[in-house]
Design a protein around this ligand. Structure first.
Ligand SMILES: *[C@@H]1O[C@H](CO)[C@@H](O)[C@H](O)[C@H]1NC(C)=O
Ligand SMILES: *[C@@H]1O[C@H](CO)[C@@H](O)[C@H](O)[C@H]1NC(C)=O
Ligand SMILES: *[C@@H]1O[C@H](CO)[C@@H](O)[C@H](O)[C@H]1NC(C)=O
Ligand SMILES: *[C@@H]1O[C@H](CO)[C@@H](O)[C@H](O)[C@H]1NC(C)=O
Ligand SMILES: *[C@@H]1O[C@H](CO)[C@@H](O)[C@H](O)[C@H]1NC(C)=O
Length: 197
């Protein structure tokens, strides 16, 4: 974990402790509450989403993985091909230890909201094969650990989109405007971005 990442995580932990008040779940200030808010914007989900209920700890919910060092913090959401409809809730930005988001192969629509920029530990953002639209938020650049972005086959629009012209940019093969921006922001890392119109 980078120092910045660790610091942000610490701050969010302190913040969560301070603001622990009546919330919707039995896990007051933590990731379980954020997951339940995240679920509110979703439909479908086969047997996956119904398992997201308070009869079991949120770390056991299908598609949810918690950390080894931080057992109460969600590090991965894997809802690949889960028959999901609906939108990605801004509450995802409250899962401050989240490293991997796999929501590919669903029918999600709506936009990627700027709250995703609060995910300091995010490394994988895989949203390919959905119907997401709107602009790709600038705040994504705040995710300084982000190395894999796969937004293939969605409906993104707007000025940001033409920055993402390059279809495939992998492993130091930096071309196109977005990879240049990313590379300038984080020169020591290689990137893999798959984005298309
Ligand atoms: C809650 O989740 C458990 C498994 O995690 C499942 O067996 C149960 O049916 C779920 N409850 C509801 C109301 O969906
Ligand atoms: C996500 O979950 C599916 C189904 O459980 C699994 O097949 C897939 O390998 C997982 N993806 C990742 C990247 O772990
Ligand atoms: C994120 O968490 C804070 C409290 O820690 C809460 O006030 C806020 O409503 C949450 N945001 C979302 C989108 O769930
Ligand atoms: C992203 O970082 C900038 C400064 O680097 C900050 O002003 C902004 O609030 C951050 N946005 C989010 C969504 O965290
Ligand atoms: C970089 O791209 C070129 C073609 O543009 C390709 O020949 C080369 O194998 C790529 N290198 C890597 C490391 O992917």
């Amino acid at each position: 974990m980078s120092p910045q990442c660790a610091l942000t995580a610490l701050i969010s932990l302190l913040f969560a402790t301070v603001t622990a008040k009546a919330m919707i779940s039995q896990w007051p200030e933590d990731d379980g509450a954020a997951l339940l808010v995240f679920k509110e914007k979703l439909d479908g989900g086969g047997t996956t989403l119904p398992s997201w209920n308070q009869s079991t700890h949120f770390c056991t919910w299908q598609g949810v993985i918690c950390g080894r060092r931080h057992p109460e913090r969600v590090t991965t959401i894997n809802l690949t091909t889960a028959d999901l409809m609906g939108q990605i809730s801004p509450s995802i930005g409250n899962l401050s230890f989240l490293r991997n988001i796999f929501l590919d192969d669903n029918s999600l629509d709506g936009e990627i909201l700027s709250s995703i920029g609060r995910l300091c530990c995010l490394r994988f953002l895989v949203l390919k094969f959905n119907s997401l639209d709107g602009k790709i938020p600038f705040e994504l650049f705040n995710c300084s650990e982000l190395t894999i972005i796969n937004l293939y086959r969605n409906r993104f629009v707007g000025n940001v989109l033409h920055w993402f012209d390059s279809l495939l940019v992998c492993k130091n093969n930096l071309t196109g405007v977005i990879p240049t921006l990313l590379a300038n922001a984080h020169p020591s890392r290689s990137w893999c971005c798959t984005i298309t119109t």
